[in-house]
Write a protein that binds this ligand. Sequence first.
Ligand SMILES: Nc1nc2c(c(=O)[nH]1)N[C@H]1C(S)=C(S)[C@@H](COP(=O)(O)OP(=O)(O)OC[C@H]3O[C@@H](n4cnc5c(=O)[nH]c(N)nc54)[C@H](O)[C@@H]3O)O[C@H]1N2
Ligand SMILES: Nc1nc2c(c(=O)[nH]1)N[C@H]1C(S)=C(S)[C@@H](COP(=O)(O)OP(=O)(O)OC[C@H]3O[C@@H](n4cnc5c(=O)[nH]c(N)nc54)[C@H](O)[C@@H]3O)O[C@H]1N2
Ligand code: SF4
Ligand SMILES: [Mo]
Length: 727
Amino acid sequence: MQTMNPGSSRTVYRTCPLCEACCGLAIDVDGDRVLQVRPDEEDVFSHGFVCPKGIAVAEIHNDPDRVRTPLRRTPTGDFEEISWDDALRITGERLSETRRRFGRDAVAVYYGNPIIHNHGALTLRKALLHALGTHNVFSAGSQDTSPRFATSYHVFGSSVLTPVADVDRCTYFLCVGANPVVSNGSAMTAPNIRGRLRAIQERGGKVVVVDPRRTETARLADEYVAIRPGGDAALLLAMVRILIDRRLVDEDVVGRCSVGWPKVQAALQGLDVRAAAAFCAVPLATIERLAVELVEAEAGVAYSRVGTCNNRYGTLATYATDLLNIAAGRLGREGGWMFPTPAFDATLITRLPGGDGHDRWRSRVRGLPETVGDLPAACLAEEIETAGDGQIHALLTFAGNPVLSTPNGRRLAGALDRLDFMVSIDLYVNETTRHADIILPPAWTLAEDHVDLLMGSFATRNFARWSPAVVAPGAGEKADWEILLDIIRRLGGGPMGDRFLDPVIGVFEKLGYRWHPTHMAALLLRVGPHGDRFLPWKKGLKMKDLREAAHGIDLGPLKPGLQRIQHRGKRARLDAAPLLAALDAFLADLRGYTAARDELLLIGRRELRTCNSWIHNAPSMVSGRERCLLYVNPEDAARAGLSDGDVARLDSKAHSGPVKVHVTDEICPGVVSLPHGWGHAEAAPWQSVAGAHPGVSANDWTDDQDVELVVGQSILNGVPVRLSAAA
Ligand SMILES: Nc1nc2c(c(=O)[nH]1)N[C@H]1C(S)=C(S)[C@@H](COP(=O)(O)OP(=O)(O)OC[C@H]3O[C@@H](n4cnc5c(=O)[nH]c(N)nc54)[C@H](O)[C@@H]3O)O[C@H]1N2
Ligand SMILES: Nc1nc2c(c(=O)[nH]1)N[C@H]1C(S)=C(S)[C@@H](COP(=O)(O)OP(=O)(O)OC[C@H]3O[C@@H](n4cnc5c(=O)[nH]c(N)nc54)[C@H](O)[C@@H]3O)O[C@H]1N2
Ligand code: SF4
Ligand SMILES: [Mo]
């Protein structure tokens, strides 16, 4: 794209890249200056909804603290600017050298959350991993969606085939362990969730929220149910058992949409619903009523997310969510648990490069399984620290901040300093990238075109959008994909990560062709569910159509049916061995469970003006009252001798440290809540605004050594802690 003339004011319409809601933004630009961001009132999907973060995209784009040129760490721990040529040369040499000396697994990769909105990095993922040949790949998934991915892989035949709650047509919405009014939804792409929940109520429906904290979503709901952290599997399985006992499961419907139900039914005979109720601290009468309400509603659906995934029974609770919807007859039904028909088929995007799967290999030290090709991040530090064959000696991080986002971040920070070489592709020097030898800064999203390849697969209404670049890249700036492709080539690879296709691309390149991720997106669109599949007689969506539709293309409401299921016979498989084993293990735990006295469990929290750990350097995101506070119930505060505003001492197995307390009855007794993504003191030299609002990192207290059974998910909710007045 050419540099725009100053004085050429215009508005560019674009998808917000900051969260899964995918709102349409209207960005006012003068020349190459981003002036302001507004909601796109005409957007076919978000209809003028945006949150404060979307507006802050301009601030992030213009942030003077962002890294604009490659940096090299000096012996004093500071950074100096170096040329792109030098930075990429050093990166290529050091990664190749590590691979040569110590073998392929010696170079690890950590992918952070923003990759999901980055079609350049997504389409090059296979190429990078193929060029490196490593099994040591880590991501935010084990703090987020891995339980969902593994469950979907087993039950629906693709890691990324996840039913979504048809919020726009349901009449009963059971929301477990999610706070979509603040998070704007996860595995549920639906801008303006507040409006959509109100609409359920306006059409006579009911919204129920199950959470250890009376959240912003709970306040809007018709009913709030408090739950003990980690209790979701118990609650949801008990609901299924109650439906079975009361003969409210239509066996014909279940039989038509799934296989394996008899095994589930048999296993659930071992569940004592009273014990389950005691375990999750929800009265049995409430559980019974919720189960009956869900099944008797005209269009009921149960939805669960991060709160249920990041705990000891995360995968089981996710599986139980599917079981409950299936038992209630809601799979693939209007207003129920439905499969989107996305423009870009995420199942294909995941399967073709060999991404789909669970437990195909395990981590070296602790033997934790991969999920969708990623190992649990909880074992990254030990894989760096433990000597032997396959030890990690070099690390590439892409768009991630694992020191703040993964359990026992302090241990990981120490481990990073033991690496022979670390390179980070990131916008900022932050708590993680400050350990890197080389930082390679991308031009960021507004200087690139953008296609969301994944989110359509989680959308509550089918849609497609292409976003043009808003400004030209600054002099010498490179896109993420250009940086990645340069590294891949230095490692001897090509953009396709394929030893037959890459030489073909090479021939075309000699003739003047330039590989671009949007060409891949265009291809994926044509072979996707709305594409022409290159059949001359078939009409279908092409990139040209997307380019011409500035406000997006509406592809209609979710279609009933099970045709998206990837298993043969288009039926869900309910009897996968790892899931039934998790159920058995839970039943054994339940039999041995006795309530602990004075239990205090730490959970997380998201707030409106956060995006995990990384937008706290935008002044509008940190203005106003202090937010990195530990929410404590008045009973627990009194027991510890604490008042609102006090600095307390919080102890866990991993860490002891001070934290400021907010006393509130919105949190259950026995539970304390601290938001993650804070703890910026170490980044203060490079992020002036975030550094002035440091807070503490919740993941200092979480434990890397205690993980969930099926996928090795980090236990970030339900961490045992003690609270006392600071000495
Ligand atoms: N403003 C803002 N929005 C965001 C983000 C952000 O950082 N800030 N991050 C984005 C990302 S990456 C994601 S994945 C999504 C996540 O979006 P959500 O899945 O909605 O996640 P949270 O908002 O963390 O809500 C999780 C809820 O679970 C509750 N909880 C904790 N433990 C338990 C438990 O054991 N059982 C139950 N039932 N509930 C529990 C918490 O109190 C919390 O209210 O949000 C996205 N949107
Ligand atoms: N205790 C606790 N911990 C949690 C959670 C929780 O609920 N509780 N939630 C977890 C969840 S759901 C998630 S998703 C993770 C997130 O954890 P991570 O993905 O590890 O970290 P983020 O905070 O999202 O940091 C993103 C990084 O990417 C950079 N970045 C942003 N955009 C781009 C881009 O376009 N290109 C490049 N190259 N870099 C970019 C930012 O500068 C930042 O450094 O946190 C997890 N950690
Ligand atoms: S809700 Fe998410 S996608 Fe929408 S404006 Fe806010 S951050 Fe962007
Ligand atoms: Mo996430």
